[in-house]
Design a binder for this molecule. Sequence first.
Ligand code: FAE
Length: 536
Amino acid sequence: MNRLEFLKTMGLATFGLMIGRSVIGRELAQLIYNKGGHFTNILIGTGYGNAVVAERLAKAGHEVLMIEMGLDWEGYKQENPAFKFYKMTNAGKESTWMNTSTQAPIGLGNLNRFSQFTGILERRDFDHVKIYLGKGIGGGSLVNGGMTVTPDRKYLKDVFDSVGVTLPLDIIYDKFFPLANKSLGKRIAPKDIYESEWYKFSRMGVEEGSNAGFTPVEVPNIYDFEYMRDEIAGRAPGSATNIEVLYGNNNGKQDLTKTYLKRALATGNVIIIPQHKVDHIQANSDGTYSLKVLQIDTLNRTVSEKRFTCDYLYLGAGSLGTTELLLRSKQLNKLPKLSKEVGKYWGNNGNAMASRYTLDPLFHESRGNNQATMPIRGLRNMDDAIHPFFAEIAPMPTLGSHTALYLVVNKVNKFGEIQYDLNKGGISLAWDKSHNKHMRTNAEFFLKQMNEHGSRSWYGGRYINNNVLMRNKGVDESICYHPLGACVLGKATDLHGRLEGYKQLYVTDGSLIPGHLGVNPYVTITALSENLFNVS
Ligand code: FAE
């Protein structure tokens, strides 16, 4: 009898599924998994890569244990009925991973101080780059903007070609991108939503972008726009219209807990244990893997130590998390055959934030403070040989009236590298100005064109870059929402995601993609994970 069958005979698994993940995550983890145990399949991390694996394995009838270091937020809400995810303008302790004030790129006048907590948004700081991560069951899907974008086929080909890897692009584009988009719940914002006051900032961005010579593109999202219609009409509590995104959404957003993970859990074959951090993994001589796992409290303190073993291990802890685990395990001599390719080809997906200030109360229209937090339009300039980029038209829902915000996505011309320092007990990133200088140049060019040709003020006066939001000429190229690479598909792994030198040890997440994509990454992470799974 396996663990799940055992739970079912005790009525516990059914009970857990009936009332949500909290019971699975909390009570069962404590009662049944006090000391760990053996599973056929263990998945580390509950973001995009592993959510796919969980659904596919569970639907094929296999038992799955998922280990997640962040919280089970649905369970947390059940235990704390008064708790709601915070607006971006009013952060509290649950907004932030182990800090006493918001770490958001733009504080939005948010001066709140709070006690440390294992909150939903983490910022990891390295030289020249600050990386944002979602924490909890659902990983980055809990905090992201829901932009659901399929990359250009040529771009994806070129990225992998640049590291000498040939992807099976026909099947990826014919089968796995459509499957990923459908399974994630990709939607297009309906016309009435786009034309509402909540997307005036997008419409103005599109008009200004066209004037400046960039190509406006419609960007799909996973937000439930039927729900948004009810929000707008006042029939449902506001969520995207209530400045919710970076610290979680209370309604409307179809994150992984509403799609892949929900379907995986519904099979009854999946258990997720939150607040469990994998410290390192070890390859055993019989082909199994051992995991040292630390159960943590909401202050990130270890409350117990456990040992799990498994036959198949799937690493989906994200580009930083997966790479850190592998390099640490190697340095501890637990994975001595680990490929030298692990750590290489890292990138920030060319992320740079940019902002302009179109203040002219006498002439220029306000963008409005009513801005939905889910972006649905972008500006393309990827075919420009000198300044190739894609700019997401982002909301700025409080300083919104005359502030325009963009996330500019550039090429990565030079990869960074992740290294592990056993003495410091953590990773460092080889990433300096030579890596992201052109990202600044492109973002400055973008703002210049928008100021010159996009829109002007009274009597043709030029607007300026917003140095209040981003101190250095309205651009911040150190902000990274899209860390990618360091265990690249076809380099550190084979084309099935299996790590070189090890059997039954898979990488499933954003670390498979060499550094950049030209667009937001989670559809590609999802599609590549679907592909790994189906071809193996
Ligand atoms: P990820 O989703 O990061 O999941 C990794 C999980 O592993 C996390 O839940 C971790 O807590 C957990 N973990 C890490 N280490 C351990 C450990 N040692 N033990 C146990 N658990 C561990 O990985 N992308 C888009 O495509 N569209 C967007 O609109 C978009 N907006 C974004 C906005 C923000 C503010 C941020 C931060 C990101 C955004 N992204 C967006 C990026 C996207 O969320 C990200 O690429 C994916 O979440 C990465 O998926 P992975 O499966 O690689």
